[in-house]
Ligand binder design. Structure first.
Ligand code: PGA
Length: 255
């Protein structure tokens, strides 16, 4: 049995004061949900608000994640944040989000380095994969997403692979209000993503890895995703900024 994981990716939103307000609006509802152990809940604020958010959820089962990191532990990398800085306050780190790939030139090779660095510093990676609209329309989804999974997991051991969360986020669904269908996402996750994992590690590991859906997931459509056998929760952008919506999504993951 895979425990669903719902993560809120706040992206470049929320000042420290606004982050405090949002966590205070979420905490009393989310802590008891997370305490059931039937859903894992992760808040991923921008770096600047991370320490504040970590402090506010301390002592609750709500977890905290970063949205990115560098692979080096320290050094002359102006503007970057390292795994050693994050593992004091974070449980998770999002790696290879499509916005990082699209706007900041991240490659499968860099994603692979970051995953290895995260694992070496006891951070759990949430690795994002997904095809863009042109690739989707050209029937290249399987090829693109399969290659991203193989690139991300290159030279990663079976034991480590089991602890990695994958987020399937079709780029055409992110922030567009046009979510994938539950069945469509389930099929990419089941056939392509678990298929690639099965080739690399065997069927048992492919079935053990948790794979979220992301892309315009909201309080209304999320039950359709959570009802799918291969989908283990959601990576939520826009709807994670609205307390009532994110609470509703986390509740839906329990059923
Ligand atoms: P969205 O973003 O829910 O706003 O579409 C999801 C994501 O990019 O993680």
């Amino acid at each position: 049995m895979r425990t669903p994981i719902v993560a809120g990716n706040w992206k470049m939103n929320k000042t420290i004061a606004e982050a405090r307000e949002l966590v205070n609006a979420l905490k009393n509802d989310l802590a008891p949900l997370a305490a059931t152990d039937q859903v894992e809940i992760v808040l991923c604020p921008p770096f600047v608000a991370l320490p504040q958010v970590a402090e506010l959820v301390k002592g609750t089962p709500i977890k905290v994640g970063a949205q990115n990191m560098h692979w080096e532990a320290k050094g002359a990398f102006t503007g970057e944040v390292s795994p050693t800085m994050l593992n004091e306050i974070c449980d998770y780190v999002i790696i290879g989000h499509s916005e990082r790939r699209q706007y900041f030139g991240e490659t499968d090779e860099g994603v692979n380095k970051k995953i290895k660095a995260a694992l070496a510093h006891h951070l759990k990676p949430i690795v994002c994969v997904g095809e863009n609209l042109a690739q989707n329309e050209a029937g290249q989804t399987q090829q693109v997403v399969g290659a991203q999974v193989r690139g991300a997991f290159k030279d990663i051991s079976r034991d480590d692979a089991r602890g990695i969360v994958i987020a399937y986020e079709p780029i055409w669904a992110i922030g567009t209000g046009k979510a994938a269908s539950g069945a469509g996402a389930n099929s990419v996750i089941g056939l392509t993503i678990r298929g690639a994992l099965a080739d690399l590690y065997g069927e048992a590991t492919a079935q053990a890895v948790r794979v979220q859906y992301g892309g315009s997931a909201n309080a209304k459509n999320v039950t359709e995703f959570f009802a799918q056998p291969d989908i283990d929760g959601a990576l939520v952008g826009g709807a994670s900024l609205v307390a009532a919506d994110f609470i509703a999504i986390c509740k839906a993951a329990l059923k």
